[in-house]
Design a protein. Sequence first.
Length: 89
Amino acid sequence: RNIGEAPHDKRFVLRHGRTLKDLVELAHALEHMSDEVFNHHVNAFKNDFRNWAREVFGQKELAAELEKAKTRSEMELALLKHIVKAAFS
């Protein structure tokens, strides 16, 4: 099943201003994101990427994986696994 794009008013705006429309773009952004930007969105107090996956896309299972991920690469891997699984189910 296709994950789809976020509605225009629910797109994710990264700290440096780049706008993400879907989870594929988030996975790609994580690959190139600075630690400063990542730590702004994911830290001891919040996880904006987990929230976006859960609240905008309704992806509770993915959100749980993003919650467990402690690094950009772990988060990117969780997203890519989810995207591939969604593409083939």
